[in-house]
Design a binder for this molecule. Structure first.
Ligand SMILES: [Zn+2]
Length: 267
C-alpha cells in the first residue's frame, strides 16, 4: 500500500508485483499511473526514476482496506502530495502517516507544482490526523515517535511556519530534493552539480518563486548546504551528509512514466 507516489515509496512496486504482490494506492494517482501521465510519481520533475508499475487496488477516502487480519481505514491527507494517504487502525489506534510527518520533521510541500495553498492543506491534514489521537504513529522515515502528541505538536508548528513563510517552504523543498538527488546517485561530481541543477524543472520553478535566476539559486543552494554540513565534498563529488544507501545505477536507467509500457485499465 503506497501512502503516496514519491520514488522512495513506489520504487519497489515493480519488483513486488513481479513476485505476485498487489499494489494499492489512492484512486486519482492510480488512474494517472494507468494513463502513464507524464506527472506520475513526480518522477520526471524531480528526476527520480521509478520502475514501471500498475495499481491493482485504487483507494478512496473512508474505504476499509483489509490487510492480514486487520481492517485499516483510508484517510486522505493531502499536502506532501495531493494524493497522500494515511492508514488508521481504530481498534489499536495505530496511524500510518507516510511522509506527512516523522519524529523530527514535517513533509516538504511543493508550492510550485501543487499551488500556494499546499502548506495550508498539509497543516489541515496534520490537524485531522492529530485529532484521531493515535497511540502509535508509524512514519515512513526515522524512528517511531515515543510521544505521538509531542510529534504532532512539533509537526504542526513546523507546518505553520511553512504556511507563514512560503519562501522558506520553497527553500526547504529544494534542500530536500537536492539532498535526495545526491543520495540516489552516490554523489554528483562537483563540476557537474550546477549544470545538473540548471536543467531541473524543480530548480527552475523554485528560482521563479524566489525571484532568482536558476543559476543564482543553484549556486546559493550548493553553498548554503555545504556550509550547513548537509552536503559534503569527498573525492571530487558532492555527497549528502545524511546516512543513506545509494541505489543501484541500473535502477536509475528506467524510462520516465510517459514512456512506460501501456498498462491495462483499472477495473
Ligand atoms: Zn514523499
Amino acid at each position: 500500500m503506497n501512502t503516496h507516489w514519491h520514488s522512495d515509496h513506489v520504487g519497489g512496486n515493480a519488483l513486488l508485483q513481479a513476485m505476485g504482490a498487489g499494489i494499492a494506492a489512492g484512486a486519482p494517482d492510480a488512474q494517472a499511473v494507468a494513463r502513464r501521465d507524464a506527472g506520475c510519481c513526480v518522477a520526471e520533475y524531480l528526476d527520480q526514476p521509478v520502475s514501471p508499475y500498475t495499481v491493482d487496488v485504487p483507494l478512496d477516502e473512508g474505504q476499509i482496506l483489509r490487510l492480514g487480519d486487520a481492517d485499516w481505514e483510508v484517510v486522505h491527507t493531502p499536502g506532501h502530495t495531493p494524493g497522500h494517504l494515511a492508514l488508521w487502525l481504530p481498534e489499536e489506534r495505530l496511524l500510518v502517516v507516510g511522509d506527512a510527518l516523522s519524529d523530527y520533521d514535517v513533509g516538504w510541500v511543493n508550492l510550485a507544482l501543487d499551488g500556494p495553498d499546499a502548506a495550508a492543506i498539509a497543516l489541515a491534514s496534520l490537524q485531522r490526523m492529530a485529532d484521531l489521537a493515535p497511540r502509535v504513529l508509524l512514519p515512513s522515515h526515522g524512528p517511531l515517535p515515543a510521544d505521538p502528541g509531542a510529534a504532532f505538536a512539533a509537526a504542526l508548528r513546523r507546518a505553520q511556519r511553512l504556511v507563514d513563510d512560503p519562501a522558506g517552504a520553497v527553500w526547504y523543498g529544494a534542500r530536500r530534493i537536492f539532498a535526495f538527488a545526491l543520495m540516489i546517485r552516490d554523489g554528483i561530481p562537483a563540476d557537474e552539480v550546477e549544470p545538473y541543477l540548471h536543467a531541473r524543472a524543480w530548480l527552475t520553478d523554485a528560482a521563479r518563486l524566489l525571484g532568482r535566476t536558476p543559476e543564482a539559486l543553484a549556486a546559493e543552494l550548493v553553498d548554503t548546504m555545504l556550509r550547513s554540513g548537509a552536503v559534503v565534498l569527498r573525492d571530487g563529488r558532492l555527497h549528502a551528509a545524511a546516512e543513506h544507501t545509494p541505489v543501484t545505477a541500473e535502477s536509475l536507467r528506467v524510462p520516465f512514466p510517459h514512456a512506460w509500457p501501456a498498462a491495462a485499465p483499472i477495473r
